[in-house]
Write a protein that binds this ligand. Structure first.
Ligand SMILES: Nc1ncnc2c1ncn2[C@@H]1O[C@H](COP(=O)(O)OP(=O)(O)O)[C@@H](O)[C@H]1O
Ligand SMILES: [Mg+2]
Length: 313
């Protein structure tokens, strides 16, 4: 549904994005994750025909964003980082106005506005001016305007930015509900957002795509730095620490909890290929220590991201 090939954008001498390529299948929800300044908004603006790329191509439903921008716009709903709202209009009036701009036939406008207001839960504030609405409701108005022409593709730029936790939860649920048969790209600089809503994640940093995978696969691929939690019975924490150190397999041996002869540690493997599940029990048996617990600490998407970004550097 979306095909991006070697997309590059310079702002004068300033780097926007470099050689970005990816595809999104019909009906997929893609997470676009990266720190501020990574190039998320730049990519989305090109995809939504707001500005041309310096080089490379982008197609939506087979139409080139540059050559067939009308066809592309027809198929895309866009929630920009900051939605241009008219604060002295009430939501239904504003939405009817936008529907007109988007070429929704006059006879359908009323029905369409009612439909999207329903979809995003705006009815309870229909009588208020947009200027009086909370940030969460304004974001709903933004979502509603993106949906007016019933687009196949939805592009949402940091949809939960600046919202409070309660509003974030509401908007996330809303987005999940909106996805359905639509194709969706969602950008964010916060990690939990993509794990909760997306099946596939694209990580962008300093204008370049540095990883593309499912949240689960990313975790597996990156277990190079393997962290374990070990609970040991039968020795003082300093004795255990020295013992673990002596094995020469771990770096960062941290005492987590415990006292006396029952202590938990978190360790990180030096080499991925060492099989500590086989070796540690043998070592502990020699020492006559009890191995009460040995578990792999899950790598959060946050850990992965930091690793990817620092590896690149
Ligand atoms: N209008 C602009 N003029 C100059 N540089 C820009 C402009 N917009 C974005 N940039 C630069 O392009 C890079 C990517 O920005 P952006 O796409 O907004 O990142 P993100 O949305 O991931 O935070 C940044 O280095 C930013 O400074
Ligand atoms: Mg941005």
């Amino acid at each position: 549904m979306i095909e991006v090939r070697n997309l590059t954008k310079h702002y004068g001498s300033q780097r926007g994005i470099k050689d970005v390529s990816f595809t999104v299948e019909k009906g997929e929800i893609l997470g676009f994750l990266g720190p501020n300044g990574a190039g998320k908004t730049t990519t989305m603006r090109i995809l939504t025909c707001f500005m041309p790329a310096t080089s490379g191509t982008a197609k939506v439903a087979g139409f080139d964003v540059f050559e067939d921008s009308l066809q592309v716009r027809r198929r895309i709903g866009y929630l920009p980082e900051t939605v241009p709202l008219y604060t002295d209009m009430k939501p239904p009036v504003y939405l009817a106005f936008v529907a007109g701009l988007k070429g929704v036939p006059y006879r359908d406008v009323k029905k369409k506005v009612a439909e999207v207001m329903d979809d995003v839960g705006l009815n309870e504030v229909a009588h208020k001016y947009v200027g009086e609405l909370s940030k969460g409701y304004r974001q709903r108005v933004g979502l509603a305007q993106a949906l007016l022409h019933d687009p196949e593709v939805l592009i949402l730029d940091e949809p939960t930015i600046g919202l409070d936790p309660r509003q974030i939860k509401d908007i996330r649920n809303l987005i999940k509900g909106l996805a359905g048969k639509r194709t969706l790209i969602l950008s964010t600089h916060i990690l939990p957002e993509v794990t909760m809503t997306c099946k596939r994640v694209l990580i962008i940093n300093e204008g370049k795509i540095i990883a593309e995978d499912t949240p689960d696969n990313l975790t597996q691929r990156l277990q190079g730095s393997m962290k374990f939690e070990i609970r040991v019975l039968g020795a003082d924490k300093e004795e255990v620490r020295e013992g673990l150190k002596g094995l020469n397999k771990f770096k960062n041996i941290n005492h987590l909890t415990g006292e006396g002869k029952d202590n938990s540690f978190r360790v990180e493997m030096k080499e991925q290929r060492d099989d500590i599940f086989k070796e540690l029990p043998v070592f502990f048996a020699q020492k006559k220590w009890g191995l009460r617990e040995l578990k792999q600490a899950g790598l959060s998407l946050e850990d992965i991201f930091i690793q990817l970004v620092t590896e690149e550097n």
